[in-house]
Design a protein around this ligand. Structure first.
Ligand code: NAP
Length: 317
């Protein structure tokens, strides 16, 4: 099969398209013929060496979220059949991951009838992160939540899920995503200079909680790496009046300096069926900005690392 692999750490230039053996599903796993694979800032961080000490030796693959058709079942798997359309987080501890013609899933859900493979593959990372962040932040129905960086995929999922939970949402985003976020039901204003005043005017009072989902530029914070100058966390603390009412999914070094919350690392892939249900009802979606074939991975990486992808970047097979 064709798959994207890397066998040295560094920039996305290290990723190559190769002919490799298909992965074999272990107990409890399924293999799918991949139709779509969502790309994330975490892909470039892993190629750059994130988790290097916790995963088997190189080569490894990229691509953390996939959708496609079930092709093989591992021992002990029931409730799903060859030919079913499913989506979920790809396993990434072998020589290949999701960006491949075939990939393995340990957790999955059925793709609802009204949802395409591309739309389904866009969900796992953004929806799981947003759900976990809203829970960790303790967002309550009737509160006013600020989602900063709502033009990101995690931000869009957070806006949609928070509105569905009965929370009023103010979102900061650039012009590319503002109209779409307003259409969903958020009050939208730009980030950057004057943001605190614009948000305060929209809020007409105190913001109850603030969620930072702005990207750190394809780089995930690790101990020993410098903070990107605090980003917007000081503004979010000013707007809520309390660092404990602010949570970031990305700027961990600044969070440690300023005392805000961060997302916990317990992944909630037990929620995939719920994400499928909400997507089928039109409540949950993550906008797909552009699609690429496997051989155009470097073009996709460049746009992702520009911090202006404008939605989910998707490999299609
Ligand atoms: N902790 C976790 O478990 C976890 C899991 C997944 C992701 N993450 C992190 O969450 C962050 C978001 O991930 P993602 O994949 O959703 O990102 P993304 O979609 O790549 O974010 C890109 C978007 O962010 C907006 N943006 C860029 N610069 C900004 C700024 N300075 N302020 C506010 N918005 C800005 C832009 O939208 P507009 O300019 O058009 O508004 C851009 O299109 C990343 O840092 C990622 O590493 C964490």
């Amino acid at each position: 099969m064709k798959a994207l692999q890397f066998d040295r750490f560094g920039s996305p230039d290290a990723i190559v398209l190769r002919e490799v053996p298909k992965p074999e599903p272990g107990p409890g796993q399924i293999r799918i013929a991949v139709r779509a694979c969502g790309l994330n800032p975490a892909d470039w961080a892993v190629v750059d060496g994130l988790l290097a000490d916790r995963l088997p030796p190189l080569p490894r693959g990229v691509g953390f979220e996939i959708a496609g058709t079930v092709d093989a079942l591992g021992a002990g798997v029931d409730g799903v059949q060859i030919g079913d359309g499913v989506f979920g987080p790809a396993t990434f501890d072998g020589p290949t991951a999701g960006a491949a013609e075939y990939a393995l899933l340990t957790n999955w859900a059925r793709i609802p009838e009204s949802v395409t493979a591309e739309q389904a593959a866009a969900l796992p990372m953004a929806a799981e992160t947003a759900w976990r962040a809203l829970d960790d932040l303790g967002v309550q129905p009737g509160e006013l939540l600020l989602v900063h960086g709502a033009g990101s995929t995690v931000g869009e999922a957070a806006v949609r899920l928070a509105l569905h939970r009965g929370t009023r949402v103010i979102a900061t985003a650039g012009p590319a995503r503002a109209a779409a976020l307003e259409g969903i039901g958020a009050q939208v204003t730009g980030y950057g200079e004057g943001m605190a005043e614009r948000v305060a005017a929209l809020a007409e009072g105190r913001v109850d909680r603030a969620l930072d989902t702005a990207p750190t530029g394809g780089r995930i914070d690790r101990p020993g790496r410098p903070s990107p100058a605090g980003g917007s966390l000081p503004t979010l603390i000013e707007l809520t009046g309390d660092p404990d009412r602010v949570l970031t999914v990305s700027d961990f070094a600044a969070a440690a300096e300023l005392g805000t919350r961060i997302t916990q690392i317990e992944m909630r892939y037990d929620l995939l069926d719920e994400f499928a249900r909400l997507a089928g009802e039109g409540v949950l979606a993550v906008s797909v900005a552009r699609t690429y074939t496997l051989d155009r991975i470097h073009e996709a990486a460049q746009l992702s690392q520009s911090r202006r992808p404008g939605g989910k970047l998707m490999l299609v097979l």
